[in-house]
Design a protein around this ligand. Sequence first.
Ligand code: MRU
Length: 339
Amino acid sequence: MPDHDSIRPFRWAGDSLILLDQRRLPEEVSEICCTSAAKVAEAIAQMVVRGAPAIGIAGAYGAALAWREAGGDSGQRERLLAQLRAARPTAVNLAWALDRIAALGDVDAGRVEAEANAIAEEDLAANQRMGELGAAYIDAGSGVLTHCNTGSLATGGYGTALGVIRSAWSGGLVARVYADETRPWMQGSRLTAWELLRDGIPVTLLADSAAPLLMRDGAISWVIVGADRITANGDVANKIGTYGLAIAARHHGVRFMVVAPSSTVDMALACGDEIPVEHRDPEELLAIGGKRLAAQGADAWNPVFDVTPAELVDVLVTERGVVEKPSTATMAKLFGGQP
Ligand code: MRU
């Protein structure tokens, strides 16, 4: 295991999927046990497990459970797979993993389980590779800023953007890691800070809205983020707030790196306008930790992802290689048609 990588968000127990309950971190380290595909779909929708690659992996294990539950009933199996697919709409990794399982055809549950294991292992290897590729862009003494959680918790291990930060940290290149709190689910303060500190990497949190000032003060040279879906022209869907960070970074001459495995690339969509953006319950904004803060009667608009146009991305790191200044032409060189 490379340095600074001690956490896994899931465990396959042979007949069930055990998930670290990310809603309760860092206060409580607890797990939930999913013994059915429906329970996995519910866990994905309710954010027990989250992060694009991690929900793809959980979906694949959910499919293994669907195979067991349905036996030879292909209609029942299809219904369970459709339920898993619908659990969250923006991260394409979920549909990608389920398509990969469906492509196996009429196999037994053991074969589906082996494919889910392979998806998880390949994701970890992709992250380690992206860590090396991305860290090569970081100059010694850099301050870096990340958004949301893209670490071991969000993936098969090591992380995407956080994997690059881990590799750059291990190489002695990072002077300081800054992490946005990431309203409203606080993935930055709850999850990124927890996993970095557990792995011995110091982190400084800031309110999401403080990031432009941090850039103006010259404290960072890179913003490094993950992605939930990247379209054929290089547009990037990621956690709400990413678009604003990219605009501020360009204004201040700070470079902007996106790190994502090829399972996040959706060459079937021409541009970001075609990405389904998930909107969640307004209550997630109106209350914090179950305590209502907003004035009674206030409504809330709660898109949980946004789309950063390709022209604001300096470097896209994938395990297949790096795309500098992503565009339809540079993306096609690496991904051709469908990844
Ligand atoms: O709503 P979440 O927590 O699932 O959103 C996660 C993100 O937006 C991550 O940045 C993205 O999935 C990349 S994770 C390697």
